[in-house]
Design a protein around this ligand. Sequence first.
Ligand code: ADP
Ligand code: ZN
Length: 570
Amino acid sequence: KPSEPFEWASQLKKTMEKVWGIKSFRLCQEGVCNANMDGRDILCVMPTGGGKSLCYQLPALLSPGTTIIISPLLSLIADQVLNLREAGVECVMLTGTTSKQEQNEAFARMTTKPGPGGRGKEIKLCYVTPEKVAKSKRLISVMEQLATSGRLARIVIDEAHCCSALGHDFRPDYKRLSVLKSLFPKVPILAVTATLSQKVLPDLLKILKLPPLCDGRAANSRGTCAFSAPLYRKNLHYKVLPKATNAKVAIQEMADWIREHHPGESGIVYCLSKKDTEVVAQGLMEASQGSIKTGVYHADVADAAKERIHRDWKRGKLHCVCATIAFGLGIDKAETRYVVHASMSKSMDGYYQETGRAGRDGARSDCVLYYRHQDASRILSLTLGETDGQSKVHDMLRYAQDITTCRNKIFGKYFASSALLSSEKGDKSPENLDSPCGHCDNCCRSSDQKQTLDMTRAVWKALKVAEAVSRAGGRVTLSGLADVVRGLAGGTFPVVQPSKAQSSETRGAVDLEALCGGKLILSKERTETLLLDLVLNGYLQEDFHATAYAVNVYVQPGPKATRYTRLASG
Ligand code: ADP
Ligand code: ZN
């Protein structure tokens, strides 16, 4: 914060009002515009709908030369270009669908000096797709010409989190954007995104070759300026509800919840698979006797139908869209009153971004996750091939299993925004870990709902048995282990010998009576949840085995188990 206004301050305001009719900045827009005008590398995290485009469009109009914007979504690009042209701004787009002629014209305009002798007015903004940057040598050479003549004002990378394979939306073409800083070392980069986790932040800086974040207190630090709008949105009420094991019952309960809390209002139900969206949509219609008008949206729905569903939902003709994550980028309805997850997402990044589509208008909205621990192994098997997939699912599971920590504190800790915001003193929002939000399910749980159970004996049995089975060369599933812990699995435990054929089981390898006799009065549900907690905390670990039909998930002692069993038996 300067003691005096920047020399460009009044010009920013004037242009903002003239071109967009906007009178005052929102969130961190002013800071980003100032850093922009100062020629800095910038990282900007702002929720969708927060107004990221103004952060680069406005400075682009006031800077000499052309700003290149790399954006993944054609419809978004087309929309922005249309709006800018209506406002009288000179801009072009170069995508896979741009005609040769348009392309030639755009390149010619960018490489010819504007002015009285030149051809027409200077192009201020040029939108391109990441594929174009990765594949078009001509585009790179035009950018080189612009840079040499000092007229490449800035490179903007929209949805910048797509660069990192550690995030939830990695795109290979984005990774190739790492050449930009090497090719154009003097041209500032602005990376914008709506979600950035603590893990992705350093990876993103590395991939884009951006300098380390600057220290706001050091006067002349030229590092990357980072800005983050606060994550915390007080109109969103987060909660996790138990999901019935029976699929029909689960859908009935969801329909009842929607009818009770949001009758006739708009919402989204996110499902894990295309098939699920159809089953859930059908189920919701039936369970609500048609009162929840529901549509289906996933990658295989024809484009025309997609557009129709989106339009009907925006107009309120459809109440609810059952969708996969394909219902995402470009979806923007301010009065979305609920985002329900029929199954958890594959990562916290995904979950936060999906739920963030609720309540853009600022009015009270609900974000509900239906959780049963049985979903864990399904999601784990879906993410098997992905870099870091398992640890991302574990973060999500920790969120789902947590019944004490404020949901907004969990988000604050997980996402980088708390780190980026920490220099702003006096910010008391929950993500800065000062105070709980007071309105999520965990903040609202009454004390008798928080009563604790002594699980020592159950934990001790689980670890003992897991260890014995693993030593005998066998395998046990989480659910099988739960039965043993509860004392239901008889005197001996079947052990699958890995050396023999898949189906051959030998009995009697582990004597359970001798190991840990006696029944425990503990429900299957509670026991399995406990075991999953042991997995999430490193006392047990998963062991994946793919067969021709499915991926089987077994549990075995985790890194922290040995110390505990020794202590327990001693
Ligand atoms: P994002 O790219 O972050 O999803 P947009 O840039 O599309 O969001 O902006 C969302 C909407 O908010 C647009 O309609 C834009 O005109 C409006 N908007 C942006 N900044 C402001 C502001 N400072 N005041 C009022 N409206 C704004
Ligand atoms: Zn809370």
